[in-house]
Design a protein around this ligand. Sequence first.
Ligand code: NDP
Length: 329
Amino acid sequence: MAKRIQFSATGGPEVLEYVDFEPQDPAAGEVQVENKAIGINYIDTYVRSGLYPTASLPSGLGTEAAGVVTKVGAEVKHVKVGDRVVYAQSPLGSYSEIHNVSGQKVFVLPDAISFEQAAAAFLKGLTVQYLFRQTYKVKAGDVFLFQAAAGGVGLIACQWAKALGAKLIGTVGSDEKAVLAKEAGAWATINYQTEDIAARVAELTQGEKVSVVYDSVGKSTWLDSLNSLKRQGLLVSFGNASGPVTGVDLGILNQKGSLYVTRPSLNNYVTNYEELTAASEELFSLIASGAIKVDVKDTQKFPLSQARKAHETLESRATTGSSLLIPGQ
Ligand code: NDP
């Protein structure tokens, strides 16, 4: 028997239960991993709440972790028992001591990267990789807006932007978060609890505004994001922390300057092992060089049994950077 988190009904953090389960052998294309550190992602809250529907209940939760391979299906050739690995985009259920995951989603960890670093940086770092290197190719000298810059994805984005020589203007919910985003490499910050985002962007860019906005906050920042763009600029809307953007009249894109909008997801950018390898190598080389650091605060390392508390903390906007669940505690 092993322990995992499951939920039998969608809802608030209180639906999360810590239960025993019997791990199954991996299928031919799968790898079984004993998780050592589990990445908590805001997406997990959308699944738990029902915003992103689950196929069936009861269900496990979470799609990311790092650990040691304990069993390998017959068709998987690139990993062996005992390998240190990280995975993202697994079937729901990484909030668990043991998890079976498609071999296509498993990447062998470089020796220099710890389980905690990997679980804190993998899904979020792959996200920044596709946002900055594929959706819109950020170049040295670019000035752009990134919403929620002191979060898990956000602090990696600040550091990646700096490594590219670009000027990231990051929005944050408190002055303490502004300090963190600046330390991570943001060129400027805007506290969106007290400042007008679009007015500040115009001011910081001498009225020019920006060519691209990355927005994972969603509903509450949608209009500010559009108002921060130059003519023909691109809004990359990649999350819903404040609720989803719905009911949009396309005419608004015309009124605001013939704008573009895309609603991307990692699952459409990393679809196979080749794409996973290319993006992972780029991410881990930036971590190995020290350009990207992922230090998780001790107060944001929760025992697996306390997933409920971890979700409450994340959704109350009390976290900065990444958060982890640690099995066996
Ligand atoms: P974060 O650590 O960034 O947490 C979310 C942050 O959003 C909060 O800390 C808070 O920062 C900000 N926020 C603004 N408004 C609200 C609100 N009403 N309620 C709660 N939080 C709010 O989470 P992650 O790093 O895990 O993910 C960041 C975002 O990226 C999420 O929206 C997620 O869905 C998205 N994402 C999308 C992917 C994709 O491929 N499409 C992949 C990975 C993540 P503050 O207090 O500073 O406002």
